[in-house]
Design a protein around this ligand. Structure first.
Ligand code: 1CP
Length: 343
């Protein structure tokens, strides 16, 4: 029997300030953990691991066993959505993702939303397995990429420093680009619905490249699609909190919160603590330790953890990084961080 009220992250997402704040870390499963690398080797490719529910559940649970985080995040990737749409996604060892680019409205014909359910069902099976094996006090976070960020990979065919292909498409043919965004909204809502039905307690929308857009485009491609997704999810699952992570939003975060209706906002490393304090009355704040401080460890990390905790004491706050854990992170520093947050 589950006891969801004991899941500290859910208490905070419902608006309670807890001392100490609950903690989980973006990319808490991954290459910095030797036990992850061992499973990864047996799986074959990265996508094979994502589509093997038993192995994906195992790597989701590994950081919970090792560090006792307050939440697990489903092991998957934001690029499973374009993969499920039939775009053709590969992960090239040492180079990152490669996709057959979709750069115009006519390319959209290559994508088939009817195809997605088969792969989404595999991910839902991972969610169900994790929920079954997770301690009842640990929350399970489902996720997907936000439409804008996923579209940047779909148009670029790979990660890019400036997201130029998507930005150019959006400037040159906004209506055609809007069709891609609408398609992503629709399939991503269906995907998160499945994750929630399978046992996810809350969901996070990763908008890693939200920061590359000027304000009107931010509104159109980040805020509005997120608003549609939140509304659709709230209609199906009124009690399930949604965390938005519009990385790089800066001053635009306040409007993002007001317009989208997210319950919580992930704050990146660059966001000043004073701005997090200003946002706190409007949404639960999550973040924002620099992932490189977690690599450095020691006194510098301890000092910053203290500052973040102090700045947000008395507010509903979820301790996290400002972006994902990097592969060179020493696992001992992660253990030390959890101790500092809880100390
Ligand atoms: O070699 C390996 O084992 C692959 C490394 C790896 C891992 C562990 C990738 C490739 N993805 C993941 C898992 C992952 N990705 C999770 C799992 C849960 C957890 O957090 O522990 C999550 C939530 C993601 C999300 C994700 N994937 C984002 C959003 C967050 C962020 O980091 O900004 C993005 C942008 C991706 C794309 C992606 N997947 C993998 C890589 C190397 C990238 C970045 C590509 C690039 O921009 O160059």
């Amino acid at each position: 029997m589950d006891h969801p009220t004991k899941r500290t992250i859910l208490e905070v997402l419902a608006g309670r300030a807890l001392k100490p704040p609950p903690v989980w870390l973006m990319r808490q499963a991954g290459r910095y953990l030797p036990e992850y690398r061992a499973v990864r080797e047996t799986a074959g490719g990265f996508l094979d691991l994502c589509y093997a529910p038993k192995l994906a559940a195992e790597v989701t649970l590994q950081p919970i066993r090792r560090f006792g985080f307050d939440a697990a995040i489903l092991f998957a990737d934001i690029l499973l959505v374009p993969d499920a749409l039939g775009q053709g996604v590969r992960f090239v060892e040492g180079e990152g993702p490669r996709l057959d680019p979709v750069r115009s409205a006519s390319d959209l014909g290559r994508l088939d939303p009817g195809k997605t359910s088969e792969k989404f069902a595999i991910v839902a099976e991972t969610v169900a397995r994790v929920r079954q094996d997770l301690p009842s006090e640990t929350a399970l976070i489902g996720f997907c990429g936000s439409p804008w960020t996923v579209a940047t990979y779909m148009a670029g065919g790979r990660g890019s420093p400036d997201q130029a292909d998507a930005r150019l498409w959006a400037y040159r043919d906004a209506d055609g680009f809007a069709r891609l965004i609408e398609l992503l909204v629709e399939v991503s809502v269906a995907y998160l619905d499945l994750q929630i039905c399978a046992g996810a307690d809350c969901v996070q929308l990763f908008d890693s490249w939200a920061g590359s857009l000027p304000e009107d485009e931010f509104d159109r491609w980040v805020t509005m699609p997120t608003r549609t997704m939140v509304a659709a999810l709230k209609q199906k699952h009124p009690g399930v909190p949604v965390i938005g992570f519009p990385r790089g939003a800066g001053q635009k975060a306040e409007r993002y919160i007001a317009e989208t209706g997210v319950d919580a906002i992930g704050c990146d490393t660059a966001m000043p603590l004073a701005l997090m304090q200003d946002l706190a009355p409007h949404a639960v704040v999550q973040g924002n330790l620099d992932p490189l401080l977690l690599v450095a460890g020691g006194a510098a990390m301890a000092e910053r953890v203290g500052e973040i905790k102090q700045a947000l004491a008395g507010q509903p706050h979820i301790f996290n990084l400002g972006h994902g854990i990097v592969p060179q992170t020493p696992p001992e520093h992660v253990a030390e961080l959890v101790k500092l947050v809880r100390g």
